[in-house]
Design a protein around this ligand. Structure first.
Ligand code: NAD
Ligand code: UDP
Length: 310
């Protein structure tokens, strides 16, 4: 049992992580400014004495006493992180500095939720951790991509310079219950559109690929990384290597919902990566981890959740 801080704990992934940590008997402090997260996501956890919510913005210092920190605070969907790009960059960079400073003072282990976006529009496929990426510094995705890259740099510099015990994971597209139905990401958009009988919006020709990991698999990987051996800091890819085009995803969602929705094609957003698929050999070797839930099974669970949001 430990005292654990989860920043961004009221968000999609954070809420699942807080639940798992509390159920395993830990004391959890969830710090979130509720920009994209919601109290609804953590409603059931508020019955536990061992769970505490603090409304807090990670760009400001936080004074708490904990043994471990999971740093997840940052909007993750493109429309949300592009809404106020300067704030997004501040959240990644000042958030990392503040949480690393806290970890240093407390001698606490800290895990950073980094992203496959650090690979940008990748020229290596599938992506391995050694790949340095192909990222535009001045595009509309840069506030997120470069913010997360700078955060990784800060993590490794605090480790080298101040001996902070760091763990860095690179999360690939993750989906599941508690995603904000209106957050504009592809899985939530397609399911909500299918359930409402609206047109399914394919950006570009739909041939771009993504790899989708069900949230329970991801949380298992996060837990294992936090508990991983001393001396292993990552970065490590966490994602499901199954690779799908957006057209395949749309057709799968239509099939599973039995929807009569039609596909419509819309302009591809700037710098939208053409393909993405994790090489997870390192996670297998170091963490004994690989995803268990295939896309169809995960989509069925997610559809059930979104049916309650209509
Ligand atoms: P989310 O938007 O649902 O959750 C992010 C949470 O952070 C929200 O609760 C939001 O209110 C909070 N937040 C944002 N800015 C904050 C700030 N300045 N101070 C305090 N709290 C703040 O997104 P998510 O999908 O749960 O993502 C969680 C983390 O995982 C993010 O860091 C994201 O970059 C990373 N990630 C997610 C994915 C994915 O596919 N879901 C992929 C790669 C990386
Ligand atoms: N996308 C789409 N229709 C939508 C939303 C997204 O075709 O309604 C595409 C988007 O252009 C991208 C992929 O789906 O190629 C994944 O988008 P998302 O915003 O979920 O995450 P990303 O991996 O791009 O950060």
């Amino acid at each position: 049992m430990a005292r654990i801080l989860v920043t961004g704990g009221a968000g999609f992934i954070g809420s699942h992580l807080c639940k798992r940590l509390v159920e395993e008997g830990n004391e959890v402090i969830c710090a979130d400014n509720l920009f994209t997260g919601s109290m609804e996501n953590i409603e059931a956890l508020r019955d536990y004495k061992s769970f505490e919510f603090i409304k807090h913005d990670v760009t400001e210092e936080l004074r708490v006493e904990v043994d471990r920190i999971f740093n997840l605070a940052c909007p993750a969907s493109p429309p949300h992180y592009q809404y106020d790009p300067i704030k997004t960059m501040k959240t990644s960079v000042f958030g990392a500095i503040n949480m690393l400073g806290l970890a240093k003072r407390l001698n606490a282990r800290i895990l950073q939720a980094s992203t496959s976006e650090v690979y940008g529009n990748p020229l290596m496929h599938p992506q391995k951790e050694e790949y340095w990426g192909n990222v535009n510094t001045i595009g509309i995705r840069s506030c997120y991509d470069e913010g997360k890259r700078a955060a990784e740099t800060l993590f490794f510099d605090y480790h080298r310079q101040n001996n902070v015990d760091i763990k860095v994971i690179r999360i690939f597209n993750t989906y599941g219950p508690n995603m904000n139905p209106e957050d504009g990401r592809v899985v939530s958009n397609f399911i909500m559109q299918a359930l409402r009988g609206e047109d399914i919006t394919i950006y570009g020709d739909g041939s771009q690929t993504r790899s989708f990991c069900y949230v329970d698999d991801l949380v298992e990987g996060m837990m294992r990384m936090m508990d991983s051996r001393d001396g292993f800091s990552g970065p490590v890819n966490l994602g499901n290597p199954g690779e799908f085009t957006m057209l395949e995803l749309a057709n799968k969602v239509i099939e599973l919902t039995g929807s009569s929705s039609k596909l419509v094609f819309m302009p591809l957003p700037q710098d939208d990566p053409v393909k993405r698929k994790p090489d997870i050999s390192l996670a297998k070797k170091e963490l004994g981890w690989e995803p268990k839930i295939v896309l169809e099974e995960g989509l069925k669970k997610t559809i059930k959740y979104f049916e309650t949001k209509l």
